[in-house]
Design a protein around this ligand. Sequence first.
Ligand code: BTN
Length: 326
Amino acid sequence: MSDSAFKVLEILQRTDAPVSGETISSELGVTRSAVWKNIKELCQMGYDIQSSQKEGYKLLYSSTKLLPYEIQKNLETRVIGSSLRYFDHTPSTNSMGKQLCAEGDPGRFHGTVIIAEEQTGGVGRMGRAWISPAGGIWITIILKPHVPVDHIFMITMAGSLAVARAIRKEFGLGALIKWPNDILIGKKKIGGLLLEMAAEADTVHYCLLGIGIDVNNPVKDFAADLQRDITSISVEVGHEVDRASFLARILKEFENRYLLVESGEYETITQEWKSLSATLENHVQIRTLKNSFEGEAIDIDEFGALIVRKDNGKLERVVAGDCYQQ
Ligand code: BTN
């Protein structure tokens, strides 16, 4: 959104009454035709503005898009989301993040959130395709973390906790986390996280925390073979929801926990993760790149590894892999 359109929007949002073009143009020190151009820009972005020659402009509805301004209105963070980059379409917000960081000095993008209404080439774990139609939340948070490489999974855990907590607080749904990074409602997946990082020896250059959540998506949005296993917020609550305030809440919940990770309070993160785990105390089947086995998920350690008591009684520590459970 241009700066001038943003200023016009601020004026319209101050009141429920119509505001004349003249009032806006004299407050902003611009011509009335410039105001008209800004009104057109706002309408194109999805704001519904009634205009009458006699009375002026009246804002009827705010946009339902995930526009930065709509998120900022509710945002209570200090760093996460301090810069919001919005795209109508992009192949993948994670690849956008990689491109940005490749420009050099990833530190200057720390806290930047990349938002897309739709992704045309969304990526999930293990390089799988991630279907990302309009209505969901598809974002990437760029981080330059002060976290040792061996504890980097704590950032995914902080992200999963943020999403699960935000769903609980905003919509009263019993969201849980399935190891390593799925968000579930009951047995159905509603979201997932993907952490990618650039590191050398024990130095992390940057991390990209991708978060995908099905929000205002009807079941028909999902591939036919997935419809049984996937759900969305609107399907669960029975109506569409305000994505912008939900996203602002996720970012706040994430910032709180990210700060804990940076200050080495891994135990606090692990304890909360355990309390929202859909995996612990369940019989699981684990598939890693090397092998596949079954057992009971009994714990998670301070690095985020899953501890499984195999059917033969031996304990196995799983750092990465797919986890299947009933
Ligand atoms: C998973 O496999 O469960 C993780 C899915 C992560 C998807 C998100 S959507 C925003 C970001 N951009 C991507 O291309 N992927 C992540």
